[in-house]
Design a protein around this ligand. Structure first.
Ligand code: ATP
Length: 333
């Protein structure tokens, strides 16, 4: 995992010491705050019943502008995991392997997702969760250990003694919470170039003419959430995200998988937030400042001419913040 190397290296320069002091302040902060603290005063939570048709769930996602949702099994009144764009990608993979089964796929309900995942040999759906009273640091560690990008907060209802999903927290929310509340982020002064963070070599990329299905295969093969779109000179033009798959297969239409990336990107909702870029000379202090001000999904690292150099994801940042310069704590129970 990038960002883990150099864990045991002692700080050498004044800059190193400043950086480490900043990181330790953030970790201290995460240890005394709980996941409840991250939640806004009022928020909405959309849960999907596992009896819902997969194609109907796509519409719910699009209409509500969400890209994931906790699942609820109303037969057993239990929390049944979290659906994300990666689960829809699994359905696409299944369709691709079984194009004759379209009528059957059309009738898939969300409770069929584990079977689909098993059939294509994919990782099972994410079912980790955490009690909202647990320290935020623990929630972060659990996310990093399981490679989940978000974690449901599950409490027990006092009266019924049943599990109750309170909310879902994402890596973005946690990083924003840090950026808003921790002053020491200004101590993170080392440029990205000096940190072992992000991915630079062997990047999965595509062009505007690449068929969407090829990009989906890349997302699966590398277990990543986005593929930068570049031109023939390597200039960054756009990015295809795992969540874009939701709009491509909206309404359960799988024929559109043959379209090109350029055509698929035209289907994006009008409120698409855009792409954030940065340079290898930016430091985490400014990166966190951007996270404080806008909804960032990841940073694409470009050179002064706009040529793609690397990818810095939210999990890269969170991993670095939690683990750099520390021996990782004992694995969580
Ligand atoms: P999300 O972006 O959904 O919040 P994440 O932060 O885990 O999730 P991923 O896109 O899944 O991000 O990235 C996982 C790892 O793969 C990261 O270390 C990242 O630097 C690397 N990575 C991301 N995109 C690419 C790519 N196109 N090519 C190669 N490596 C990538």
């Amino acid at each position: 995992m990038p960002g883990l190397a150099g864990l045991s290296e002692p700080p050498r320069t004044a800059e190193d010491k400043e950086q480490l002091a900043g990181l330790r302040q953030i970790r201290g902060f995460l240890k005394v705050r709980t996941s409840y603290d991250v939640l806004p005063i009022s928020y909405r939570l959309i849960m999907l019943d596992t009896a819902l048709l997969v194609k109907a769930s796509l519409n719910v996602m699009i209409q509500n502008g969400i890209v994931s949702a906790p699942l609820w099994d109303s037969r057993t009144s239990t929390f049944a995991g979290l659906i994300t764009s990666h689960d829809y990608i699994n359905v696409v993979q299944y369709y691709w392997q079984n194009p004759g089964a379209l009528a059957q796929i059309d009738q898939f309900r969300l409770d069929a997702l584990p079977e689909i995942e098993k059939a294509i040999g994919a990782e099972p759906m994410e079912t980790i969760s955490i009690h909202p009273d647990r320290p935020l640091y623990e929630a972060c560690r659990r996310m990093l250990e399981s490679r989940a990008r978000r974690i449901p907060l599950v409490d027990i209802d006092d009266q019924t003694k049943r599990a109750m999903v309170v909310s879902v927290i994402t890596q973005y929310r946690i990083l924003k919470f840090i950026a808003v509340n921790v002053n020491s982020t200004y101590q993170l002064i080392k440029p990205l170039k000096m940190l072992n963070i992000g991915t630079f070599g062997d990047l999965a990329t595509a062009t505007m003419d690449t068929p969407v299905i090829d990009v989906i295969h890349m997302l699966v093969k590398k277990n990543i959430s986005s593929v930068p779109i570049i031109d023939k000179n390597g200039i960054l033009l756009n990015i295809f995200e795992a969540v874009d798959v939701i709009t491509v297969i909206k309404g359960g239409i799988y024929d559109d998988l043959q379209i090109t990336v350029g055509e698929a990107l035209l289907k994006r909702p009008e409120d698409f937030a855009g792409i954030h870029t940065c340079s290898i000379w930016d430091h985490l202090g400014t990166i966190l400042d951007t996270i404080r001000k806008s909804r960032v999904h990841r940073f694409i690292i470009v050179d002064p001419k706009g040529r793609l150099q690397g990818v810095l994801t939210l999990s890269d940042i969170l991993t670095y913040i939690l683990l750099e310069g520390e021996f990782p704590d004992e694995p969580l129970p």
